[in-house]
Write a protein that binds this ligand. Structure first.
Ligand code: NAP
Length: 247
């Protein structure tokens, strides 16, 4: 029996990068998966097609997680399709770095709306359906443990995710719902490539600080998500788990 047989998982931002790898890995362990996307329908459809061709079940659902009505509709659609919800992976996120003087209010609002409010709204909507054995997995960042210069807004947003994770573990534990966060190191994704981080001096500096000596790939993160979603992690909650090569 696969680790997630019978479970239904919702992965926000599953159309590419870390979220796409998590969606595929959860499905490979038997979960039926809802692959959320904001604008990349083709990306989400490709993730769903790959899951189906491997014998799994998945659907793609568009929603902006920073909009309360859309977050609610996303969860409602997931439950309509698969009848239940066991695992919520709050992976959707955006990142922009720069000296504080250069950061704009629009950048602040975008990062906090998607990275923080999106986590709160989607989790809030999911609480009508998550029950005993439920698992919420927030994708934070190991940047919160390093707190490098020129990252105040993004690191602030992920620091909030870490705090929310620890609070909700206490709040939802009595209902049998576990809440944990994964803190990835730098991972090669569509997003990190588009941002210019891969191949940059930033990458060289991060690899130099990384005991395992490389940047991550999405599948370095997806196995950790499977663990946290599964009953193997049934006694694990409120944890901020770095998956970063030791960074
Ligand atoms: P990515 O390749 O840019 O993918 C981001 C995903 O988030 C896409 O599926 C995107 O959907 C979705 N998204 C963006 N805005 C959204 C919204 N308003 N509502 C719903 N979905 C939205 O990113 P990634 O590098 O895989 O990062 C995934 C997560 O890991 C983020 O939370 C990020 O902060 C975190 N992280 C990344 C790294 C890294 O080095 N890559 C390191 C640490 C932590 P569309 O494609 O439809 O726009």
């Amino acid at each position: 029996m696969a680790k997630l047989d019978g479970k239904v998982a919702l992965v926000t931002g599953g159309s590419k990068g870390i979220g796409a790898a998590i969606a595929a890995a959860l499905a490979a362990e038997g979960a039926r998966v809802v692959v959320n996307y904001a604008s990349s329908k083709a990306g989400a459809d490709a993730v769903v097609a790959a899951i189906r061709s491997a014998g799994g079940e998945a659907i793609a659902v568009q929603a902006d997680v920073s909009d309360a009505d859309q977050a609610q509709a996303l969860v409602t659609r997931a439950v309509q399709e698969f009848g239940r919800l066991d695992v919520l992976v709050n992976n959707s996120g955006v990142y922009e770095m720069g000296p504080l003087e250069q950061m704009t209010q629009d950048q602040y609002r975008r990062m906090f709306d998607i990275n923080v409010l999106g986590v709160l709204l989607t989790t809030q909507a999911a609480l009508d359906h998550l029950g005993e054995g439920g698992s919420v997995i927030n994708v934070s960042s190991s940047i919160t443990t390093i707190a490098p210069a020129n990252s105040a807004v993004y690191t602030g947003s992920k620091g909030a995710v870490d705090a929310i994770t620890r609070v909700l573990a206490k709040e939802l534990g009595p209902r049998g719902i576990r809440v944990n966060a994964i803190l990835p190191g730098m991972v090669e994704t569509e997003g990190s490539i588009a941002a210019g981080y891969i191949g940059s001096d930033m990458q060289t500096g991060i690899v130099a600080m990384t005991p395992l000596g490389r940047v991550g790939q999405p599948d370095d993160i997806s196995g950790v998500a499977v663990f946290l979603a599964s009953d193997d992690a049934g006694w694990v909650t409120g944890q901020l788990l770095s998956a970063s090569g030791g960074l």
